[in-house]
Design a protein around this ligand. Sequence first.
Ligand code: F6P
Length: 341
Amino acid sequence: MRIGVLTGGGDCPGLNAVIRAVVRKGVGVYGYEFVGFRDGWKGPLEGMTQELGIAEVRGILPRGGTILGSSRTNPFKIDGGVDRIRENLHSLGVDALVAIGGEDTLGVATKLHELGVNVVGVPKTIDNDLNATDYTFGFDTAVNIAMEAIDRLHTTAESHHRALIVEVMGRHAGWIALHAGLAGGANVILIPEQRFSIERVCAYVESRFESHYAPIIVIAEGAMPLEGEMSTLDKGVDAFGHARLGGIGDWLASEIEHRTGKEARTTVLGHIQRGGTPTAFDRVLATRFGLHAIDAVNAGDFGKMVALRSTDIVTVPLADATTVLKTVPPEFYSEAEVFFG
Ligand code: F6P
């Protein structure tokens, strides 16, 4: 059997650990041959391949990023894209694909499987918002990076009596914000799932300063204020009428300064959260996902995705991963509110 492997969507620490496990077990236990596809679905679409064997996966376990490259190419949005993929898989003699990716990549995998392509999916995202798996690899690494940033910001906030805001990734789900905020002892955590009141945030900021401590606020990039508090945000200007160049974190800092008279600064962590070496947790999860994905190929269990359920790796229908986004439950968010202010 000849197996194709690709990584799609935003990169994520642990991708190389999956590739290594798939290839090591695939070659060593099942005697498969592999072909690496470059840059997500662009690889099979354009016939862009690279060698993938034991030698190519040596030493990649601790490396961030992906040795296969990635892209957000979606063949279903390209005229004749799906037919080109089928032709290329046929001419390259690829019997099955292991697709490692998030919602978009696995959405493509689901549709291709419905059209007869043999695919097994591996869920990936630092956002941890994929349904059907308890955790995705990359999330723990992102949370640890954000936690370390928060730890460092506590000391500089105290020294300058400033409110410091940390903007983390998460457009639709606040998992990184909530976990990093709890782990880093943030005084306010703001997530996309729940609109926040800027008045309430400022009251927390003031009460924190009154008790002689500087507040740390963690905000997810997708968090939004209440409808009635959005006027300056809508206009793309800050509280002083200046053009707002940054994201929601910058808006929050200018609102806090304007409303409380206290200095505020924002640190946007951005892609730092996705780079570098994976934590031990992510290396183990990614490795176990890879081992079970190649088992699923061997069992002919196509149209499935590997998933973590409690401490077990199981296979679930690919479609389950992409139908509903996994967001933070309100009761979990409420637990954190005891630390606000
Ligand atoms: O889905 C992963 C993610 O890192 C999000 O948290 C973030 O909003 C987005 O990707 C950033 O995408 P890009 O790298 O294309 O700017």
